[in-house]
Design a protein around this ligand. Structure first.
Ligand code: NOJ
Length: 750
């Protein structure tokens, strides 16, 4: 049997060989010729030109009025001593700057990089929101459309995806990633890289991706940005590295290192991370860019005595390109001449950078991404707006819905739309919107106005600001509520409250927004709360007393339309939380997969005496990882396992039936969790190992299947070896990590 499969594969391969050059062969030929061309170029380069390829500057002042132009930087580009620029965008500007590079001695084109994090002109929901969709195809498509717009605008390279696992909602950058789970995070990392890069590098609808921030940046102590990280090797390998490996396997062209020190060594000067793991064990062929100024930051960290020392440490550790430190530009040449840095390290780094420029096709046409007609067409393509709206709908999480107050009825005569974010546009785009036209963003009020028919009157009142303590608008808001049948209250964070350098020590809903809620609640009207923000927030009064809560995150350009569609039931919400929402700041970190049974678990509800518990609150989150409601209901039944015992070579096939027991069509994310009951390193109570998003018509029922292989049972033992240990495993399948509907167990035999 084996032989015949092998034989037929061989025949097919041979046929391919004889009849036409295969894709793989062409790739091998292209690669060989690229390597030859790089060698030819390297042989002609001076040391200064080589260092130039490893130098990146911000170029926001390279174009525009002559008076503010950075002429020294333009001169560097002309002299071939800058290889890449960030923050220059648009066909006109990128072309202008590229023309300067093309006047350099060797005519090596520049690489234009930009933070295209969630869309370009068309703003998609923030990455954490997209992660809540658990919809890998949609996430891939969102990245593709962002890349298409950016590439049409002269950009070659995005500093995305951020694949840092983020388990601390105080850290503002949770908004840029996929949340707290390494499995979901890895799937999404892969989807985003494939989306940004397209079929093959070099397409004019694709950009280079950059997996960042290598590594463990998301584990910053106390959730404070740029802080140190202290991690066990098991946590590093099991939780923080897998999404990077997934990005690499999906072909991520570049990596960015990070601002944090990991176990005492700044990531930029970290040889273990960059040389041993990334370029060694993982055999990575792309290049590593530093984070902004992170080479120089090794000095204040107390890891390098000056910038020259920092440059030496960074290049030795495997950082190929210097973003904005000026450390390579000023010191790398002299370090090589003094024999402190081997030229082979520099050559290898240059080779890696040039390889990407060749793969993009820039040596054949440096203006390949500079087509004004295409720019105009692509940036105004309505297809992107449709996709942005759909992505926003998929991202929204229905946290609560009592007495089916949602969806809203079109028969309502009056709806009060209250809150500081009702008319917001910039705040819907969120942080990291680098090329958006905010005037085109649809606010919640605009979305609702388009949605409701002539029967319904919308009455608006602001109530209060997002921050500050003024209650001056409360009275009018209460009056407005009294005159309506239902209240929709939109609260949350402004666009600049989550993101880089936006850590918060208190993640309660800011200002007096929750007080406004309570004033409105006192009217006795049903209240639907829409929360807009870049991170999990704490809002206990709302969680306890609101009739419905829709978590809309920062939903992007089409936010208002998407919110209106969900509120009125034209889209049935299916989002599930990719991060746990705490009840209190003091519970953090509260990621679901950081929970252990401990030696003192709470066994009797309410009895926490001498147990691993708080004396002033619950252990459980307010809203759990994986939680998210729908306008319909789902029944889980008929769980079947193909075997209850398996040997090392066997898999377990898992089958169940999912039925839509409600009145409308909907989607459910079926989540599969495992617990290894006894192991040589204690295991968390739950680890997500698989999921399926299933669409069902009302009353429809479908079989859902999973395969559990050895890899899903494996972990890193005390010797840091990856493997599965014999023994019992608990299987949990459900609608959320705290809403397990089916349970079973199986045993891995010795
Ligand atoms: C610093 C951020 O940490 C990084 O993610 C970003 O890509 C660079 N700045 C460039 O803007």
């Amino acid at each position: 049997m084996r032989f015949s499969v092998y034989k037929s594969t061989l025949v097919i391969a041979l046929l391919g060989f004889v009849s036409f050059p295969s894709h793989a062969q062409k790739h091998v030929a292209d690669t060989a010729s690229i390597e030859q061309r790089i060698s030819g170029l390297l042989a002609q380069m001076t040391l200064e030109e080589k260092v130039g390829q490893l130098t990146q500057y911000t170029g926001s002042q390279l174009t525009g009025p002559a008076s503010i132009r950075k002429t020294t930087l333009l001169n560097s580009i002309r002299e071939g001593t800058a290889g890449s620029v960030l923050n220059v965008k648009g066909v006109k500007d990128t072309r202008e700057v590229q023309t300067v590079a093309m006047a350099s001695r060797l005519k090596i084109p520049l690489l234009f990089g930009l933070d295209v994090i969630h869309g370009y002109k068309t703003v998609f929901p923030i990455p954490l929101a997209e992660a809540a969709s658990w919809d890998l195809d949609a996430i891939r498509q969102a990245a593709h459309l962002a890349a298409r717009e950016a590439a049409a605008s002269g950009v070659h390279w995005t500093f995305a995806p951020m694949v840092d696992v983020a388990r601390d909602p105080r850290w503002g950058r949770v908004m840029e990633g996929a949340g707290e789970d390494p499995y979901l995070g890895s799937q999404i990392a892969r989807a985003r890289v494939l989306g940004f890069q397209g079929e093959k590098l070099g397409g004019t609808d694709a950009v280079l991706a950059c997996a960042k921030h290598f590594a463990a940046y998301g584990a910053a102590i106390a959730g404070r940005d740029y802080n140190a990280v202290d991690l066990s090797p098991q946590q590093l390998w099991e939780v923080y590295l897998p999404p990077f490996k997934a990005a690499l396997d999906a072909g991520a062209a570049t990596f960015m290192n990070s601002f944090n020190a990991l176990n005492g060594v700044p990531a930029t000067g970290n040889r273990y991370l960059q040389r041993d793991i990334l370029k060694g064990k993982w055999n990575y062929q792309g290049f590593v860019v530093s984070d902004w100024g992170s080479i120089a930051e090794q000095v204040p960290w107390g890891y390098a005595k000056d910038k020259a020392d920092a440059a030496q440490k960074a290049i030795t550790a495997g950082s190929d390109m210097d973003m904005e430190s000026d450390a390579y530009h000023n010191h790398l040449g002299e370090l090589v001449k003094a024999g402190k840095v081997d030229i082979a390290l520099v050559d290898d780094a240059v080779r890696r950078v040039l390889r990407k420029k060749f793969e993009l096709g820039l040596f054949d046409d440096p203006y390949k991404f500079s087509n004004e007609k295409r720019e105009k067409q692509v940036l105004n393509d309505p297809q992107s707006r449709v996709a942005a709206r759909q992505m926003a709908e998929k991202s929204m999480v229905l946290l609560k819905n009592e007495k089916a107050v949602l969806p809203l009825s079109r028969q309502l005569h009056s709806v009060a739309v209250i809150g500081p974010l009702v008319r917001a546009k910039r705040d819907l785009d969120g942080s990291w919107s680098v090329a958006s036209d905010t005037t085109l963003t649809v606010s919640l009020l605009e979305g609702l106005t388009r949605k409701v028919g002539s029967k319904t009157q919308l009455r608006y009142a602001k109530g209060c600001d997002v921050t500050g303590d003024s209650r001056a608008g409360f009275a009018q808001a209460v009056e407005t509520a009294k005159n309506a049948e239902v209240v929709v209250l939109a609260v949350g964070e402004t666009w600049n409250m989550s993101g880089e350098a936006k850590s918060r020590s208190d993640i309660h809903l800011p200002g007096v927004q929750e007080e406004l809620f309570q004033a409105l609640k006192a009217t006795g009207k049903p209240i639907v709360v829409v929360v807009l923000g870049g991170r999990p927030l704490i809002f206990n009064a709302i969680s306890d007393q609101a009739d419905a809560i829709l978590y809309g995150w920062w939903p992007g350009s089409e936010g208002g339309n998407a919110l209106a569609n969900v509120l009125y039931g034209d889209y049935n919400p299916a989002g599930k939380l990719p991060m746990s929402f705490p009840r209190a700041v003091g519970q953090i970190p509260i990621a679901y997969n950081q929970q252990y049974n401990t030696g003192r678990p709470i066994t009797k509800p309410g009895d926490a005496t001498y147990k691993s518990a708080y004396i002033d609150g619950a252990n459980t989150p307010r809203f759990a990882f994986g939680h998210g409601l729908s306008y319909t209901t789902f029944k889980y039944s008929d769980l079947k396992l193909s075997r209850s015992q398996l040997t090392a070579a066997e898999n377990v096939q898992v089958q169940l039936r999912l039925t839509n027991t409600g009145k409308v069509a909907g989607e459910e994310v079926v989540q599969l969790y495992l617990r290894d009951m006894v192991a040589s390193v204690v295991r968390p109570l739950q680890e997500l190992k698989d999921f399926k998003k299933v669409h069902l018509q009302a009353g429809e029922s479908k079989a859902v299947a999973f395969t559990i292989d050895r890899d899903k049972l494996a972990f890193y033992n005390q010797q840091l070896e990856w493997g599965a240990e014999p023994g019992e495993f608990k299987l949990m399948i459900g609608s959320a990590s705290n809403d397990i509907r089916l349970e079973s167990k199986f045993e891995l035999l010795p």
